[in-house]
Design a protein around this ligand. Structure first.
Ligand code: 5AD
Ligand code: SF4
Length: 466
């Protein structure tokens, strides 16, 4: 910041938990509050407003909110004793699901707002500034928040997120998302493309399209037709200057032929896909209301590998869903062995109030869940290590994100999403650079920079013209 810039009037601290969608939402809340004079801070003591952007997906995630609130209460009271005001807001999925409980357990919270009401934040801030008492906004408003949010600010680095779809209509037995994020909704394609162009103009080299069910995308196209995600990806890939494209999170049921074909066509679409399967047992997949069998997942993987032979996969697994037997668990381990994952997330089943599985039986004892999760995680860890080790010696392009922790070292992302470290000058930040992998570690890759920056891959338009 130039030294003659006038100091910002107010400070805003946003803490974010959970998925990348929440990371995107936090950035949009900052955008909406910037015109009111709020500039970011990391320190609660200097914050005029603190927003906790929360996650309700598992019990552990929701509990963190209340412990954090307890700590912030002290800071708020100290500030009040000095005659300073701190507005405390709880946003995100815990706010949506437990709005009343938050104000009952933590009456010092000023604002509780659900994910569909972020565009109304300035009005809520004005209301708490005028009057005492908490403001709660957890309805699903009739208007679309995306029509009311300001344009995205420039991305903070070469990797940007862009929400294209929200909500979910799938109602998996264990999941709170259909209740906290509401019905499935796709943003119009023109709106998405305009935001993508702005992000690229602001320096983004890689964009990840986000949605709770991103491959269910069915937005209105500027040509009057409904676009699926495959078509949207082709059009985003055609934006000059955009080098890399990803999308997350997908459902196996929505991996249609057109989307799979896009993986074969688009060099910008990175050879890595997060595709949660949750279980390898057909009995459990049915109990989970997933709407597909293990064989369907295998078929999708086969097709993806045929379209893009270097594609690597990630997934989500749940250990100990109600009714899960030893045989069901064994089927999950078998699926993991058969498919082979470059990385994956696995969770102990956590009963979420209001979801069908919470009341289903029989619940699996905690110790059994722990043992099954440990087995799944050991297998996934081995696969991840083997994948990373298999990269040693490979030459690949890495998107350099900025300096690493060690002086003289830069950090970046491989096409397969691993963090990569290599010696190089700071000017490489934001560029795609060629490197040779010197070692594969459990969670990252070590590399040597081969000098220079790589040419961005050809755009879809260039490919079409060729
Ligand atoms: N218990 C455990 N894991 C869950 N997930 C969603 N709900 C639950 C729950 N109740 C996991 C799923 C999902 C990921 C985001 O979180 O694996 O894909
Ligand atoms: Fe939750 Fe299932 Fe929807 Fe994914 S598809 S958000 S797990 S309900």
């Amino acid at each position: 910041m130039p030294s003659d810039a006038s100091p910002p009037k107010k400070r805003l601290l946003i803490r974010t938990w959970g998925c990348q969608m929440n990371v995107y939402d936090s950035a949009r809340m900052a955008d909406v509050l910037a015109p009111l004079g709020y500039a970011p801070t990391e320190l609660p003591e200097e914050a005029d407003m603190v927003i906790l952007n929360t996650c309700h997906i598992r019990e552990k995630a929701s509990e963190k909110v209340f412990s954090d609130l307890g700590r912030l209460r002290g800071v708020k009271e100290e500030k009040a004793a000095r005659g300073e005001r701190m507005i405390l807001a709880v946003a995100g999925c815990v706010a949506q699901a437990e709005g009343a409980e938050i104000t009952a357990r933590a009456p010092y919270v000023d604002i509780v707002l659900g994910p569909q009401t972020y565009h109304r934040l300035p009005e809520m801030v004005a209301r708490v500034s005028r009057a005492a008492g908490a403001v709660i906004e957890t309805d699903f408003p009739a208007e679309d928040k995306f029509d009311h949010l300001p344009e995205t600010a420039a991305p903070s680095g070469p990797i940007a997120f862009l929400t294209v779809q929200e909500g979910c209509d799938k109602f998996c037995s264990f999941c709170v998302v259909p209740y906290t994020r509401g019905a499935e909704f796709s943003r119009p394609a023109a709106q998405v493309l305009a935001e993508a162009r702005r992000l690229v103009a602001g320096g983004a080299r890689e964009i990840a399209l986000l949605g709770q069910n991103v491959n269910a995308y069915h937005g209105a196209g500027p040509d009057g037709r409904e676009w699926g995600l495959g078509w949207l990806l082709r059009e985003v890939a055609a934006i000059p200057g955009l080098a890399r494209l990803r999308y997350t999170t997908s459902h196996p049921r929505d991996m249609d032929e057109d989307l799979i074909a896009a993986h074969g066509e688009l060099p910008q679409l990175m050879p890595f896909l997060h595709l949660p399967v949750q279980s390898g047992s057909d009995r459990m997949l049915q109990a989970m209301n997933r709407g597909h069998k293990a064989a369907d997942f295998h078929r999708v993987v086969e097709k993806l590998r045929a379209a893009r032979p270097d594609i690597a996969l990630s997934s989500d697994f749940i250990a100990g869903h109600p009714g899960e037997s030893d045989a069901d668990h064994a089927a999950t381990l078998a699926l993991i062995r058969e498919v082979g994952f470059a990385q994956a997330f696995s969770f102990k089943y956590s009963a979420r109030p209001g979801t069908p599985a919470a009341g289903a039986g029989p619940q699996v004892p905690e110790a059994v869940k722990d043992a099954r999760l440990a087995e799944i995680q050991a297998l996934l860890r081995d696969q991840q290590e083997a994948f990373n080790r298999s990269r040693a010696g490979a030459v690949m392009e890495v998107l350099c994100t900025g300096p690493a922790r060690h002086p003289g070292q830069m950090a970046g992302r491989s096409p397969w999403l691993q963090p990569v470290h290599f010696d190089g000058p700071a000017q490489l930040a934001g560029q795609i650079v060629p490197v040779r992998i010197t070692a594969g570690h459990p969670n990252s890759l070590a590399a040597e920079w081969l000098g220079g920056a790589a040419k961005a891959p050809p755009s879809h338009q260039e490919i079409r013209a060729a």
